[in-house]
Design a protein. Structure first.
Length: 354
């Protein structure tokens, strides 16, 4: 397993130098943040970012994300041109040694939380999700400030976009996803770049929009529709884990043995039984502080041959840090050490039994 860390580029207060000092870090997971969604990433810009990363003694083998333009998700007649650009980006990333692209197919909104600074008992704060708060929000009217939210839309643009999704059912969205993958996967095969879809977070529909990568059934359907192994998954424990009926240990084993997990996001969440609905907050990474069996998941991955990239996902704000929601330094570094240590123990225990 290769340990990596998300890096938001040169304006990220968590610098490459700091990341390099976390034991076991082999590389960063990053993106080109200044290129507008839909445009092709040119070779020179990719190589410039790669050079900065390599100069700090780190690799750049995973990109998160190359965003998929809404016109592709909507399946409009503008999609073919945008898919050609996406293919060009894959080719250029492949030339720069990138091995995995993490992307998502969530309409309009990426990950959604209702609270960015939920205060926990030990005085730290973290991200939380309250269904009732989300249900009370109308993105057409409220000024939203959500962590995965693209702030560049005006209210009018957002309303227009939501209106266009009215005719897009879950089935239609899935067809559009398959259309996209069927066009790009041959390029991935040629360039040896694997696609790793990020599950919907949280894994259920929001604001009346469909979400289609939520559980085992959805994933089976996706892999059956586009069987190439280059069509794979980012196994995000926190996203899939928010779905209480998802059996993560089983899913980790199943998709690792099928060679579908190209990237692992490691984090824990704690279910909150407040006010009904699907509520949770993001907990420290170790098993005992949350609702997910982190040990069981990692063991299932190891036992089923997973040897890909991982990164500690979302951390809390601790020790006075006021970091980017979910992406400060300290708690993610603690998470990395927990995952690193547990992997060593799982591996050595298995080797000693042989
Ligand atoms: C949140 C992230 C997501 C992820 C995208 C992938 O913390 O895991 O924003 O990067 O969904 O496209």
């Amino acid at each position: 397993m290769k340990m990596t860390f998300r890096w938001y580029g040169k304006n990220d207060p968590v610098t490459l130098e700091k990341i390099k000092q976390i034991p076991g870090m082999t590389g960063v997971v990053t993106a080109l943040y200044t290129i507008p969604v839909g445009e092709m990433w040119d070779e020179a810009s990719i190589l410039k970012t790669k050079k900065a990363v390599n100069d700090a003694g780190l690799e750049m083998e995973v990109i998160e994300s190359v965003p998929v333009h809404e016109e592709i998700k909507l399946g409009s007649n503008k999609r073919d041109k945008l898919i050609e650009n996406y293919k060009g980006t894959i080719r250029n990333l492949g030339k720069a040694g990138v091995k995995v692209i993490c992307y998502n197919f969530m309409p309009v909104f990426d990950w959604v939380r209702s609270e960015l600074k939920f205060r926990t008992d030990d005085g730290s704060n973290c991200l939380a999700y309250r269904q009732a708060t989300v249900d009370a929000l109308d993105p057409r009217k409220n000024s939203l400030s959500l962590p995965g939210w693209d702030e560049s839309y005006t209210k009018e643009q957002l309303s227009g976009l939501l209106e266009r999704y009215r005719d897009v059912s879950a089935e239609k969205l899935f067809e559009n996803m398959v259309y996209f993958l069927e066009k790009i996967i041959p390029v991935c095969e040629e360039c040896d770049v694997k696609m790793a879809v990020h599950p919907d977070d949280p894994p259920w529909g929001l604001f009346g929009l469909p979400r289609i990568i939520c559980n085992e059934k959805d994933l089976d359907k996706l892999f059956a529709a586009v069987p190439s192994k280059y069509n794979g998954l980012t196994f995000c424990t926190g996203s899939l884990g928010a779905g209480r009926s998802n059996d993560l240990v089983k899913m980790a084993g199943k998709y690792a043995s099928a060679g579908r997990i190209h990237f692992l996001h490691s984090r824990n969440i704690k279910f909150d039984d407040c006010g009904g609905g699907c509520n949770f907050h993001e907990s420290p990474h170790p098993t005992e502080f949350g609702s997910l069996d982190m040990y069981g998941i990692l063991k299932a991955l190891y036992d089923n041959g997973f040897d890909g990239y991982t990164r500690p996902d979302h951390g809390r704000n601790i020790w006075g840090e006021d970091g980017r929601p979910g992406y400060g330094l300290y708690d993610r570094a603690l998470g990395a050490m927990y995952i690193y240590g547990m992997w060593e123990a799982i591996k050595k225990t298995a080797e000693n039994k042989e």
